[in-house]
Design a protein around this ligand. Structure first.
Ligand code: ADP
Length: 141
């Protein structure tokens, strides 16, 4: 059993796509075990995207993520990390596979609707970054 951390980005909320994106996860059969809306401080985005700090558009990504509130979710299920990454599609919305979440509602490489953890190890770190244990509702130990 795995968990993954999903962030519905400001473009998802601004475009009113939250319901449709959540429906994709629910249709795939993954229980939602945590959910909250939050304006995340820049300092947390600097940490969350630290692996991109060397890139020229790093500050732009931080500004984009800070442009409004985001929706933070945790999904649970077998192989959920890889399966949700497949549902999202590649980073660039324009070249993501047809039918994926990013291709359907995303705009470009930055405005791509949602973040999802890229490994179970990353998921564990990201879940701790955004959620307290008593905000997570799971039947699993
Ligand atoms: P992913 O979100 O697909 O795991 P990365 O970890 O490489 O991709 O990048 C994190 C986020 O930074 C992306 O989802 C996207 O919003 C933004 N980003 C990545 N690469 C670029 C780029 N070349 N130009 C603009 N934004 C980018």
């Amino acid at each position: 059993m795995e968990r993954t951390l999903i962030i519905l980005k400001p473009d998802c909320l601004e475009g009113h796509h939250v319901g449709e994106v959540l429906a994709r996860f629910e249709e795939a059969g993954f229980p939602l075990i945590a959910c909250k809306m939050k304006e995340v401080p820049d300092a947390v985005w600097l940490e969350h995207y630290a692996h991109l700090a060397h890139l020229p558009f790093f500050q732009e990504i931080v500004e984009f993520m800070s442009a409004g509130p985001v929706l933070l979710l945790i999904l649970e299920g077998p192989d959920v990390v890889a399966r949700v990454r497949t549902l999202l599609g590649d980073t660039d919305s324009r070249t993501a596979a047809p039918g994926t979440i990013r291709r359907t509602w995303g705009t470009d490489k930055m405005r791509n609707i949602a973040h999802a953890s890229d490994s179970p190890q990353t998921a564990a770190t990201e879940i701790k970054r955004f959620f307290k244990p008593d905000e997570i509702f799971s039947a699993q130990p």
